[in-house]
Design a protein around this ligand. Sequence first.
Ligand code: ADP
Ligand code: MG
Length: 344
Amino acid sequence: MKKDLRRLVQIVLVLFLVIGALWVNRKNRLMVENSGYRVIMGTFAQVTIGIRDEAEARDLFRMAFAEMERIQKMMNDRDPDSEISRLSEIAVDKPVEVSPELFDVLWASVETSRLTEGAFDITVGPEVRLWRRMQQEGRPPTPEELAAARSRVGWEKLILDPEKRTVQLAVEGMHLDVGAIAKGYTVDLVAKALVDAQVPTGMVDIGGNIRCFGTIPDYPEGWVIGLQDPRNEEERMAKLSLRDMSVATSGDYRRFAQVEGQKQSHILDPRSGQSVRDLISVTILAPTAMRADALSTAVSVMGFEKGMALIESLEDVEAIVVTSEEPGQFISTVGADQYIIAPD
Ligand code: ADP
Ligand code: MG
């Protein structure tokens, strides 16, 4: 009888331990939670995280989208009340102090302009506006209209003082347009906020500007991201396996307009004011989403030869491009191979 009781106690104890272990395991297990898509900066954004507590995930998503909206409010050049729009009016010939976030983006933009010899240039605003107007009117700009816009474009006309955190514009009628870098910058900020909140792994995506951090134990490949075939939305041309890495894709296949039957890309060569067309899609892998975002636009402008040469010269940055000559094929830098998984 005593023996039986002892046995029973033992069994109960073992059961208790097993259930306890399962319970702890369940509590410790990372679940993958996704926010779903929301419209941010004129495109779709989503956040995916590995987390142990569903309720906590909801709070983190709320924080992440609040952060995206905060930056959007500052940097939206289509909103006349945004910090960046007001700057275009008040900073002519006079230094104006700006928020640390806006200064960071402007500083990185000018650095990218220098690196790309002006292929990337956030002072492109007047040319972007001219082409927007041409799309509405359904005609190309006259040489005079183009020259007038070009005279208000040029990154050397944007004068920054990092000590005083001020911005000055050298000529009247300039318009700063951070559309090619702000999404990446915001992705980095949100990813950092999630890491600071002890989130072990996650992925932040604003319109294909993506940053991944950490890995989920059950997924040794890390975060797997499909690269869409630019000529066929249903197909993936490759998959990328990423951890602590960013990726951005820039291309003419989704966002373009027609002016007199001519395809007009949303990316311009700021030096000529003309739309670019050599590359159908440019994917950049880089440590930060801001760098990937800016360089994907820059390489689109620079074209295949110069663009690939630039990326090969940069440590930690890789490119995967599709040219208009061989629409079905992608060409990548040597170091990109380590991230590419064959299509399924
Ligand atoms: P993509 O996602 O295709 O790279 P982005 O959204 O990053 O495009 O950037 C395109 C936007 O940047 C345009 O809508 C325009 O506002 C602006 N832009 C266009 N050409 C340039 C350029 N050469 N340098 C910097 N910004 C540009
Ligand atoms: Mg970009």
